[in-house]
Design a protein around this ligand. Structure first.
Ligand code: F6R
Length: 616
């Protein structure tokens, strides 16, 4: 949600900033801008629309510069216009600022500054912060150079309520960038003679493998040959230089038409990566050392609560079925955004899992902190190493899915579901699950990557189905038990990238109201693997057909063939009932992808969305 990239070094800054922005574009893409130091002062260029529009503007009037800041926006305050794009300048025009987050008290600050004669040119909260920094800068005339700018930024941030990841420059301080964070991610990239600041480490991968993930209230001053990291109060703070855990190619689109398609096709590897080194065939269990809990502590648990948003929550709902079945341990799931404000009755011996690909989702971070505030242990299932949720949780499991750039989450779902399967196995084996049952789960898990490959080979057939139904106004998705969250996820994917109205329901809910929506023009996707509820799912399918609703049936190979009852059949390999949701989601991702492609949608950058929702 908004992307920041800043550079100081010995290379031309503009191409690096524009390249970085294009790598961060998935975080927001309604407008973009940059400010660089030049011999004649600051050069600011901003454009509504995609980064290509900014690149074209820069190409028309390039300047030579070796330091600057830049931003790609997902609007919170003010429409996506040139004026509202970042960077914003202070009253003097000497200080430029880019910002990710929300300044909650910007109205009060703006009023006070207006009374002091400040004139604003945008509707943003960010411009208010730029002016506030400028106001303090004027008052700090006894200081000079970097010390004066640092003191002004610190003083201004001290007056701000809300969240920020910022990068600031002053026209008189070429090759100096100041950064600070509270609630919005920032990563420092370290080269010998150049330094970077970015909202996401993935954007730094082509330039450096050495990074420092900033913590809340960190305050960093970057210069080409050095960086100085303190806290907002001016004290030195601990930090660790980390090596990126992926290569630059992992964040490239390669030969695929879209990142989303690339990430769908990466899923066999995603499953392998989530399982690597974690399965112990001898004892028929899983090793998840990061849980930081002894076998005894895990056995004594009475309840698990899983929190997340969107796709991450749906993966958690799949996890609920897995854990309850394999370990007979009660699991509840909740939206992070609801849990954090709810009076949830909580008992001792409750363990929380917060699930987040980015590790930066504001609602999930808030829920994690709320669970911890209430004295509970909260573990993370995260992809981004070094993210705030990964750092603040009391342990957890990394997904190792590599960068997910497509705004619609795909491989992260499969990765999270695989992690939950491992967790279910581990918890099960600490309880009633026999070694032979544990062994069966491991054997089935190991077959999943090849089974996903088989589904991926049907991409063209699924494309034909997608094209046939792409002009529908609405699509319904039905599934039961572990496949109910898969129905929700299939519907979410369809909504997000094709803009078709779509809803997911437990199949059995059909007759309790949803059936009123069935007609010739409303296709239903019925997830009906050959499992314990196959016949019941077939009843739902027949009820839809009886009302002339087109049916796309997702079923498994083998077993009784009632597929002829449906208009379209997608047959996929069968696995254990516990693990079937992991396979079932793949055709639904492809169905959404090909529908969106048939409709000519901007698949990797769907309207109004942004990846990593770092505001509430
Ligand atoms: C759906 C999607 C969102 C995210 C949700 C949580 O395609 O991308 O629903 O799943 O915003 O994001 P993370 O997992 O980063 O916390």
């Amino acid at each position: 949600m908004c992307g920041i990239i800043a550079y100081v070094g010995d290379r031309e800054a503009q191409p690096i900033l524009l390249d970085g922005l294009s790598r961060l574009e998935y975080r927001g893409y309604d407008s973009a801008g940059l400010a660089v130091h030049t011999a004649g002062g600051l050069r600011v260029q901003k454009k509504a629309g995609r980064i290509a529009a900014l690149s074209a503007a820069v190409a028309r009037q390039p300047v030579s510069s070796t330091s600057g800041i830049s931003h790609t926006r997902w609007a919170t305050h003010g429409e996506p216009t040139d004026a509202n794009a970042h960077p914003h300048l202070d009253q003097s025009g000497n200080i430029a600022l880019v910002h990710n987050g929300v300044i909650e008290n910007f109205h009060e600050l703006k009023q006070a500054l207006t009374l002091q004669g400040h004139v604003f040119h945008s509707a943003t909260d960010t411009e208010v912060l730029a002016h506030l920094i400028g106001e303090h800068y004027e008052k700090l005339a006894t200081l000079s150079g970097v010390a004066r700018l640092s003191a002004a930024v610190r003083a201004a941030l001290g007056e701000v309520d809300g969240t920020y990841g910022i990068a600031v420059i002053h026209r008189d301080l070429p090759n100096v960038v100041i950064g600070a964070r509270r609630g919005s991610p920032l990563v420092v990239g370290i080269g010998a003679t150049e330094k970077f600041l970015s909202s996401d480490a993935a954007a730094l991968a082509p330039y450096t493998q050495k990074v420092v993930y900033l913590k809340d209230f960190d305050f960093v001053t970057l210069q080409p040959g050095q960086f100085d990291l303190q806290n907002l109060g001016g004290r030195d703070t601990d930090y660790e230089i980390k090596e990126l855990d992926f290569k630059p190619e992992a964040a490239e689109q390669g030969a695929f038409a879209h990142f989303m398609l690339k990430e769908i096709f990466e899923q066999p590897e995603t499953i392998r990566n989530a399982m690597r080194g974690r399965v112990d065939k001898d004892t028929a269990t899983a090793h998840l050392g990061g849980l930081n809990l002894t076998g005894e502590q895990l056995r004594d648990l009475r309840r698990i609560i899983v929190l997340g948003c969107g796709t991450a929550l749906y993966a958690g709902m799949v996890g609920k079925h897995m854990i309850e079945n394999a370990a007979l341990l009660p699991v509840e799931t909740d939206f992070s955004s609801e849990f954090r404000y709810r009076n949830t009755p909580l008992e001792n011996d409750t363990l929380f899992f917060v699930v987040s690909q980015s590790g930066e989702t504001a609602d999930t971070l808030g829920a994690l902190r709320e669970a911890q505030r209430k004295g509970h242990r909260a573990l993370g299932i995260c992809n981004n190493v070094g993210s705030t949720i990964a750092r603040e949780s009391d342990g957890g499991v990394y997904m190792h899915a590599g960068p997910e750039i497509g705004v619609a989450a795909t491989k992260s779902f499969i990765s999270q579901a695989t992690v939950f399967a491992l967790l279910a196995l581990k918890l099960g084996r600490l309880r009633h699950l026999s070694a032979s049952a544990g062994g069966e789960i491991i054997e089935a898990l190991e077959k999943l990557p090849a089974q996903v490959e088989v589904i991926l080979q049907q991409s063209d057939a699924i494309k034909n189905i997608a094209e046939k139904y792409a002009d529908s106004r609405s699509m319904l998705f039905f599934g039961r038990l572990g496949n109910y969250p898969v129905a929700l996820e299939g519907a979410l994917k369809m909504k997000e990238i094709s803009y078709l109205h779509a809803e997911g329901y437990p199949s059995s809910e059909l007759k309790h109201g949803v059936i009123a929506l069935i007609d010739k023009k409303t296709p239903s996707v019925v997830i009906a693997p050959h499992d314990s509820l196959y016949d019941k799912n077939m009843n739902s399918l027949q009820e839809i057909k009886a009302r002339c609703g087109p049916v796309i049936c997702l079923t498994t190979c083998g077993g009784r063939d009632t597929g002829h009852l449906a208009d379209e059949v997608i047959k996929i390999p069968q696995t254990l009932e516990l693990l079937q949701p992991i396979l079932n989601v793949v055709p639904l991702q492809l169905l959404a992808y090909h529908t969106a492609a048939a409709l000519g949608r901007d698949i990797d950058k769907p309207r109004n969305l942004a990846k990593s929702v770092t505001v509430e």
